[in-house]
Design a protein around this ligand. Structure first.
Ligand code: NAD
Ligand code: MG
Ligand code: MG
Ligand code: MG
Ligand code: MG
Ligand code: MG
Length: 337
């Protein structure tokens, strides 16, 4: 697999262009600010009255309506929630999109599952950072970057790929590495990763550990430190040096327990069997269909789960303990709470 770095990407493909970033959420704020600091001519497209409007302006960006931003742009990066993109595309983007413009995404969902059917005159590509928007921003500011996937769905101009690569460089991704892939593979692996491992899987592993200790009578504060807080410390070691590096760093006692007890907590073959079912539902479009239906009825399952999880004891202990760790505060996202 070829990995592209800074010297493989020519910023010239993006510097002469007018870029519209639609949305100013997790990814939107990071792309817009990183692009601007890389010298790209960027404007942000938002709903009038959006809470992000003032925030984006305060950050020194030009903010317009979605329609106005699209009308000016050679490149339109769509960083709206995935479930809103289809409707906004039909009503506000497509009618204003210049002939021969580039339509760009940070996730392949809407193209791969046919929610957006782009016109033939457009370039359609993706730069999908493999990390949360807030890291895309903070890594850029540190002089580093979050790796990204790039893919081209439609190449009307003949320069879709170098333009995507230039965009990836401008948001800092080429400092870490950019991998070329397809919309299909990005979409399916991204959904699988977040459902089975990163978000769904990891929270359940933590939940099970926390509840086991608390139900056995240990103080929730101790359970929290042991099964939540320390996850980051261990994950950082894996991130920097792999399983081997993490195991080198921990005590021999911890390492022996890891080898001999990990499988008891997470039976790998059984877990893989279940994960294959998650993957199947992604590949067949079953998950996409369910999620689109959920949106047609106003996200009741999403809302009910947000409420239910907010009430979990892990949140109360966590809020109390994190408040005692002032160094965490700078990174707490405003919208949480
Ligand atoms: P978000 O929910 O954080 O932000 C969405 C933004 O769009 C907000 O500014 C919101 O005000 C605005 N918005 C919502 N509806 C709108 C409308 N109808 N018209 C105009 N603006 C509207 O979204 P996000 O998590 O940054 O996701 C954006 C895209 O990036 C998605 O395709 C997602 O899959 C992808 N992505 C996200 C992450 C991440 O870290 N969150 C990582 C990789 C890829
Ligand atoms: Mg979100
Ligand atoms: Mg992802
Ligand atoms: Mg995702
Ligand atoms: Mg310990
Ligand atoms: Mg050791």
């Amino acid at each position: 697999m070829k990995i592209y770095y800074e010297h493989d990407a020519d910023l010239g493909f993006i510097l002469g262009k007018k870029v519209a970033v639609l949305g100013f959420g997790s990814q939107g704020h990071a792309h817009a600010l990183n692009l601007k600091e890389s010298g790209v001519d960027v404007r942000v497209g938002l709903r009038p009255g959006s809470k992000s409007f003032a925030k984006a302006e305060a950050a020194g960006l030009r903010v317009l309506s979605v329609a106005e931003a699209v009308r000016e742009a050679d490149v339109v990066m769509v960083l709206l929630p995935d479930e809103a993109q289809g409707r906004v595309y039909r009503e506000e983007i497509e009618p204003n999109l210049r002939e021969g413009a580039a339509l760009a995404f940070a996730h392949g969902f809407n193209i791969h599952f046919g929610q957006i059917k782009p016109r033939r005159d457009l370039d359609v590509w993706m730069v999908a950072p493999k990390g949360p928007g807030h890291l895309v921003r903070s890594e850029y500011q540190r002089g580093s970057g979050v790796p990204a996937l790039v893919a081209v769905h439609q190449d009307a101009s003949g320069s879709a790929f170098p333009t995507a690569l230039a965009y990836a460089k401008a948001i800092g991704a080429a400092r870490a590495g950019v991998i070329a892939t397809t919309f299909k593979d990005e979409t399916e692996t991204d959904l699988f990763g977040e459902q089975a491992v990163l978000c769904g899987g990891l929270t359940r592993l933590i939940q099970a550990g926390f509840e086991t200790l608390v139900e056995a009578g240990y103080p929730p504060e101790m359970a929290y430190f042991e099964t939540v807080h320390e996850v980051k410390l261990i994950v950082d070691l894996i991130y920097e040096a792999g399983f081997a590096g993490m195991r080198y760093s921990i005590s021999n006692t911890a390492e022996y327990g890891d080898y001999t007890r990990g499988e008891v907590a997470v039976p790998v073959e059984e877990t893989k069997r279940r994960m294959r079912e998650i993957l199947r539902q992604i590949q067949t479009g079953e998950f996409a269909r369910e999620w689109m239906l959920e949106n047609q009825v106003g996200q009741p399952v999403l809302e009910a789960n947000r409420k239910r999880w907010k009430a979990h004891p892990i949140e109360e202990v966590g809020a109390r303990l994190r408040a005692m760790m002032p160094f965490l505060r700078a990174r707490v996202l405003e919208e949480v709470g």
